[in-house]
Design a protein around this ligand. Sequence first.
Ligand code: SF4
Ligand code: SF4
Length: 277
Amino acid sequence: MVKLLSDTYFTFRSIFTGMGITWRHLFTKSVTVQYPAQRDVLPERVRLKLDVNMDDCIGCRLCERACPVDCITIGTTKSTDDDDLGETSTGHKKKLWVDQFDIDMAKCCYCELCVHPCPTDCITMVEDYEYSSYDRNDLILSFSDMTPEQIEEVQAKLEREEEEKRKKKEEARAAKEKAKAEGGKDEAGGGAASSGDTDADAEKAARRAEREAKRAARKAEREGKDAGESSGAAGESGGSAAKSDDTDADKEARRAEREAKRAARKAEREAKKKSEE
Ligand code: SF4
Ligand code: SF4
């Protein structure tokens, strides 16, 4: 009996507690969002999906390098000299065709590390979360709008330009080498001429030294003779003195001759040395 009364009490208490909550919520403001007719206001800096403004992308690949899971793939082609790709809204000159810009959102971990290094602020997180799909490939977002034909065209153009530049470079190098070789020949000719000049100078110096030596020898001989004559006039007693003077003069002449020859040899050696230099 006691148990029956107790169970009845707890049953009614539960009913009135539950109904009390229900009645209380009938008179409070509703918090249910009627999605998709209604949408929540998302928090600031929410990370949901990446978007790229290709008009501002310069193909620098900083975002690709920053991504820790390698979910960004960028392909670029250099523009040719006559291409004008314009500027980004931030004033950066565009020099590359961005022929591929894919982000695999299935791999993305929403870290936003790709967003911060972008120099033109063209890669951003946007408030779009409605891109669920049954196929994983649908989650690879492609931002480049270049067609395969356009890509082929710009690549072929670049190849042609590079080939032309390479040819011009080779021609310039060949011309430079040719000019160098011709310059070398001229230099060698000049060197030969100068060495010829030096040889002639050496010969001249040797001849001059020889002449001077001969002149000195003659002078010494003359002096010796004069001394002999004066000693003959002085008599027999002076004969021995004259003889002795004669001998001195001869010695002097020979010494002068030797010195002259030495000077000639020295001059010759110096001239040779100069020509070798
Ligand atoms: S948010 Fe992170 S994981 Fe996703 S693409 Fe950017 S760097 Fe890579
Ligand atoms: S960092 Fe910015 S400008 Fe550079 S490739 Fe990525 S999106 Fe383009």
